[in-house]
Write a protein that binds this ligand. Structure first.
Ligand code: WTA
Length: 665
């Protein structure tokens, strides 16, 4: 985010109108009693309402234990199993109902009932055990949008092995870093998957990652997109290390594995996310509090009912897919749709074709996707007969124009829309309206979710009054069950990243600890929050979180490069895109070859989704007298904003020169 231009946005948004939820929606909503907010304000007991949505093997002794801040504990003493909660307990009533509806990009489909899922997860759990996976071993997954992904996650959960799924678009190097950080000896991949008509060789990335990783990976489990007899033609297996999942499953047909009763505080999974420093952080999520929060918000915010067909068109490789494709919806016993491949393949109407085919009731996507659909034109959705009662957006701020388009052309004027603000770290929604209880306001995430206490602090840590129109730091003043437990293996980093700035870290009173979200936001007079974007060196590219440091260290791998800095440029379509500014070493010729090397390095270190929009060769980067690169100035140049004060620079003429180079005159 840049502060510049805020004034203009302010003026445009100040007279925004409210939009009432349609009466048709309110009449059937899961939550329409406004006392829900008062119930959850009974801290911490209000959150029991979410925990009560689950089956517990042992009840909890205490809802919340804040005695060792910021290592908060939830539902202590309670025991449960997540795969039991997402599968087994639904069998008596719903075994023949569909749990997962999978659409392959090539037109292949699978309808997986709760009974099918039960069988497959049990067999996979038995298979994992047979290769030596034990309770508390972290298993790294590098799986795309295939049924194999939720099946493997749930099988891990069944035996109490935390999973660490790495988005399939991440490169071999990114996978290697995450395997090492998690110390995984078992990795799970697939031979290939479809993206825009091509069957990609996906296993190759795991091969390279295992080679690069320091950790010994003894077993690479390989699912197959078209069955074990039809492996991708370029894939080969490494003797003694690689095991075809289908062949292994054949040895465990019809086996049953008792779900391991896990302590509420035992970790369920890791999800790596970008931060301001180089290495990605493994956000560690607990079993009881996380599932309670994911299930609770799925029911209260997304309004999911067991008989619904629900489609969150995100990727399970990110937190949104974990909480709102797999765990929340399945805990509620609903039908969750998942789709492989790109939204414009085989044609630009495919999303609406699938929505029509399955009669999807609740649809969930990102503002980037909405802007893309908008660009493609409203004639496309108009051709399909879908009927949504509820729409969600997540991941980035949605501009009122895109919101209205979504409302009119996808919601057809009578669907409710929730804009959900949250993070990998938070496990579930923190700021969003309960759809039947608050009017929508295009461009605003809305009110705090039940029991959540956000606030805006100035840089000195003083709370700012709502309604001033001024932006500040978004913080959360009270813990909640879905919050991360820690950064895997690095408690100090957990404290330094999220707590240090606005907490009294010497205090053992939990009320002195405040969570720093890293976002800038404005609280309006009506209590609604408008999220502006990251305040740190993290950018949001098409809803994917990327650290500028990660990009810069990838660029630094290129020998021709002397120095590099990455700036976020606002992009109409993707929200933000990275611009790379580089100086080359003496004797190196700037130009296409070096540019290609830089792009290739980013693809190799992170993944193709992080490709820069521009590579700008410059003579010098703007630096302070102590030699610190001033990214903010580059960001201003990229966005053609005012440069502001440059007098503290070592060479104050640098930014102006770069600006002329980029924008001319
Ligand atoms: C941004 C995704 C505005 C924000 C669930 C946050 C949003 C980061 C919204 C987390 C929203 C998420 N409006 N901005 N509704 N939702 N963000 O970890 O900057 O991938 O800090 O989690 O996305 O991204 P993450």
């Amino acid at each position: 985010m840049t502060d510049d231009g805020d004034g203009a946005i302010e003026a445009r948004l100040s007279d925004r109108e409210y939009v009432r939820p349609p009466a048709k929606f309110v009449g059937q909503a899961n939550v329409s009693d406004p006392t829900v907010y008062d119930r959850f304000d009974e801290f911490p007991d209000g959150f029991e309402e979410y925990a009560e949505l689950l089956d517990w093997d042992e009840p909890w002794d205490e809802v919340f234990d804040g005695s060792n801040p910021p290592f908060f504990e939830w539902f202590t003493g309670g025991k449960l199993n997540v795969s039991h909660n997402c599968i087994d307990r639904h069998l008596p009533e719903r075994k023949n109902e569909t749990a997962l509806l999978w659409e392959g990009e090539d037109g292949d489909t699978q309808r997986i009932s709760y009974l099918d899922l039960y069988r497959e997860v049990n067999e996979m759990a038995a298979a994992l055990r047979s290769i030596g996976v034990e309770e508390d071993d972290v298993v790294t997954l590098h799986l795309p949008m295939l049924p194999a992904l939720p099946i493997t996650m749930l099988a891990c959960a069944r035996i109490g092995a935390p999973h660490s799924e790495v988005f399939a678009g991440f490169s071999a190097s990114a996978l290697a870093d995450r395997i090492d950080d998690a110390g995984s000896n078992v990795v799970v991949t697939v031979d290939g998957y479809y993206r825009r008509g091509d069957l990609l060789n996906h296993k190759q990335k795991a091969d390279e990652a295992i080679e690069e990783a320091d950790t010994d990976v003894d077993t690479l489990l390989v699912w197959s997109r078209h069955g074990a007899d039809h492996l991708h033609e370029d894939v080969s297996l490494v003797e003694g290390r690689d095991v075809l999942v289908e062949e292994l499953l054949d040895e465990h047909r019809r086996e049953r594995v008792d779900p391991v009763s896990r302590d509420a505080e035992d970790p369920l999974f890791l999800m790596y996310t970008s931060g301001t420093t180089g290495a990605p952080k493994g956000c560690q999520h607990r079993t009881g509090g996380y599932l309670a929060y994911a299930a609770g918000t799925s029911k209260y915010v997304l309004d999911i009912k067991p008989e619904d067909t629900y489609w969150c068109a995100a990727d399970i490789g990110w937190i949104t897919g974990h909480s709102y494709i797999v765990y929340g919806p399945l805990a509620l016993g609903t039908t969750s749709v998942m789709r492989e491949g790109a939204p414009d393949h085989p044609h630009r109407g495919i999303v609406w074709e699938v929505a029509e085919k399955y009669d999807v009731d609740v649809f969930h996507t990102s503002p980037t996707a909405v802007r893309m659909f908008m660009k493609w034109g409203e004639e496309i959705p108009a051709e399909y007969d879908f009927d949504f009662r509820h729409l969600t957006t997540v991941g980035e701020p949605i501009q009122p124009e895109a919101w209205w388009w979504y409302h009119e052309h996808i919601g057809r004027g009578d669907a409710v829309i929730v804009d959900t603000w949250w993070q990998t770290e938070t496990g579930g929604h923190l700021i969003t309206n309960l759809p039947a209880l608050a009017d929508m306001k295009p461009g605003s995430a809305g009110k705090p979710a039940p029991g959540i206490q956000p606030a805006i602090y100035d840089d000195a840590g003083e709370p700012m009054d709502p309604g001033t129109g001024e932006a500040g730091n978004l913080v959360i003043e009270r813990p909640w069950p879905g919050m991360l437990q820690t950064v895997y293996g690095d408690d100090e980093r957990f404290i330094a990243t999220y707590w240090e700035r606005f907490s009294d870290t010497d205090s053992d009173d939990w009320t002195d600890w405040t969570y720093e979200a890293g976002d800038g936001a404005v609280q309006e007079e009506d209590g609604y929050f408008r999220i502006l974007g990251r305040l740190d060196d993290v950018m949001n590219v098409a809803g994917h979180r990327l650290g500028t440091m990660e990009l810069e260290s990838a660029v630094a791998e290129v020998d021709d490069v002397a120095e590099a800095a990455v700036a976020a440029r606002r992009d109409e379509q993707k929200g933000e895109v990275p611009d790379v500014y580089v100086t080359v070493r003496d004797g190196v010729e700037e130009g296409e070859t070096v540019r290609e090397r830089i792009v290739a390095a980013i693809e190799a270190e992170i993944g193709a989704f992080a490709r820069p929009a521009n590579v700008v060769f410059v003579d010098d980067l703007p630096k302070t007298r102590s030699g610190k690169i001033m990214r903010r100035l580059l960001e201003n140049i990229s966005n053609d904003d005012e440069l502001g004060n440059t007098t503290t620079l070592r060479d104050p003429s640098v930014p102006e020169r770069i600006r002329e180079q980029v924008h001319g005159d």
